[in-house]
Design a protein around this ligand. Structure first.
Ligand code: SAM
Length: 491
């Protein structure tokens, strides 16, 4: 394709993305940006890193794409629907670009890595395509796109790049995301992540712990440690259990979460580290995918339902107040009604606090894409519906157990339900809505639960603010809009 410049493929990532004054500045006329994000927390955080980079070059966030000089779509390709939505959105952006030709449109993240130059074929008005591990090259790509149009920045999935970012534009006033590893070495037959995010690479413990301390200094009470396969993290003689314990002891940190764990790496040491530190939230997201051993084997998950069950039993025995979430795929190739019944049975037996459920979506290049997709589309939908109905009943019952109890809630902001209420989360990750003023945002407060729903709890402030939380810093005036916009629900 003419005018296509490829940079970043197997190339080194600049160690320090902050701009020296002068010649490395971005081209004139590019003053504002907007980043729209699909998918998981890893993507949300990647958007924060790109926003931080653009801010360090003096750009400011734009309220709408119509006023943005740079629009970046940070994409997800885990399921086909999410990947296709990107092209619908690109069609809308084309109309804006027709009126504002100087605008830079970029496709970043997993669809970028997966589709590469094919994106330019389908949407020639796109200026740059940037894969997830080479985000630090964004300024170079923007500059190159002014000179050459259509620039590709992707990486070789075998590379173990793990760039450090000095400037991160964090969206949340209460939770700081901290990347500990990139990529995934698993070979699950349904999953595209190893292709789009590459082989595992781990950050050094010192860098991770410093970033957590910086989050605390910035007034963030909670840190969420991120990795596609987070509990596979290791570095020298450190394993994930040791990292968790060290992170939980960072002075001033009120809450620590981590996502996403793989059942194979969910060791007794991790359970002990969680149990030993109150700072580590009593919440575990452990994707199971299926309750059928046959399906798990064909998914190449590396565990049986009994082994999964054993991990849950051990964790619950050590932490009786632990809340559990899981991921389930229905309609995997060859899934019989008996396989699906096995999934329903384990869901009823374990009684998760929440589940993320998906219809199987064949992904290009994965092993399962070549399996005969023999489950009828209507059967898949019906199974998803049955699974969700079963879980709704369980969730109503589990949430009802919180009524009349006193909980500690980290206040995140206004409730999505409106009505002037606030919303925060318990250590178990339950959203709690209650009346309160905006001054409480960022604080941990004591709430008496008065009612429960399938997906949230309701309560009233009960007594004084919890002591011992981090210093409260009012960040409401300091950052304003971040130019970051979530476009999809994250599992
Ligand atoms: N790394 C985690 C693991 O495998 O344990 C999960 C990461 S993935 C981004 C989030 C969830 O998306 C998976 O747990 C799985 O349930 C779902 N998912 C992944 N590939 C899928 C596919 N091809 N079709 C439907 N759901 C899929």
């Amino acid at each position: 394709m003419s005018g296509l410049l490829s940079i970043g493929r197997s190339g080194p990532v600049p160690p320090d993305p902050s701009p020296p004054a002068g010649e490395r500045a971005l081209p004139p006329g590019l003053d504002t940006y907007r980043i729209e994000t699909w998918g998981c927390q890893m993507n949300e955080h990647d958007s924060e890193k790109m926003a931080g980079l653009l801010r360090s070059f003096g750009l400011s966030p734009a309220a709408t794409p119509r006023t943005a000089d740079i629009v970046l779509l940070n994409t997800c390709s885990v399921r086909e629907k999410a990947a296709e939505k990107v092209f619908t959105r690109l069609g809308q952006l084309r109309e804006i670009k027709d009126r504002r030709p100087h605008m830079v449109i970029g496709v970043c993240g997993c669809v970028a890595q997966q589709e590469q130059e094919h994106i330019f074929e389908r949407a020639p008005w796109v200026d740059l395509v940037l894969g997830p591990r080479v985000l630090a090259t964004l300024p170079d790509l923007i500059r190159a796109s002014r000179e050459r149009r259509r620039v590709l920045g992707v990486f070789d999935p075998r590379d173990t790049l793990i760039p450090e970012f000095d400037a991160v534009e964090r969206v949340s006033r209460t939770r700081g995301y901290v990347t500990v590893m990139e990529g995934c070495n698993k070979t699950c037959t349904f999953c595209i992540v190893p292709t789009t995010r590459g082989r595992e690479a781990y950050r050094a413990p010192g860098s991770i712990l410093s970033e957590i301390a910086e989050c605390v200094e910035d007034g963030l009470p909670e840190v969420q440690i991120l990795g596609q396969n987070v509990n596979a993290w290791r570095s020298g003689d450190w394993d994930f259990a040791r990292l968790l314990s060290a992170a939980a002891r960072v002075a001033g940190l009120a809450r620590l979460r981590f996502t996403t764990s793989h059942p194979l790496h969910f060791t007794d040491d991790i359970i002990d580290a969680m149990a030993d530190h109150e700072t580590i939230c009593r919440f575990l997201h452990l994707p199971m995918q299926s309750g059928s051993d046959d399906v798990l084997r064909r998914m190449k998950r590396g565990y049986t339902s009994a082994r999964y069950r054993d991990r849950i039993d051990r964790a619950r025995a050590k932490m009786p107040g632990l809340a559990l979430a899981t991921d389930i795929i229905v309609g995997f190739p060859g899934e019989t009604e008996a396989d699906f019944q096995a999934t329903l049975a384990i869901i009823e037996d374990i009684r998760f606090d929440s589940i993320y459920s998906f219809i199987y979506s064949p992904r290009p290049g994965t092993l399962a894409a070549d399996f005969p997709d023999d489950v009828d589309a209507e059967v898949k939908k019906e199974r998803l519906h049955r699974l969700q109905r079963t879980q709704d009943v369980i969730q109503q019952e589990r949430n009802a157990r919180w009524v009349d109890r006193i909980v500690q809630v980290l206040v995140e902001g206004p409730s999505a339900r409106g009505g002037g209420q606030l919303c925060g989360r318990t250590s178990q990750n339950h959203p709690v809505n209650f009346d309160g003023g905006p001054d409480l945002v960022g604080r941990i407060v004591t709430v008496a639960i008065t009612a429960s729903h399938a997906h949230s709890l309701k309560g009233v402030l009960a007594g004084p603010l919890t002591q011992g939380g981090p210093p409260h810093i009012d960040r409401s005036e300091s950052t304003g809009s971040t130019g970051l916009h979530a476009t999809g629900a994250a599992p």
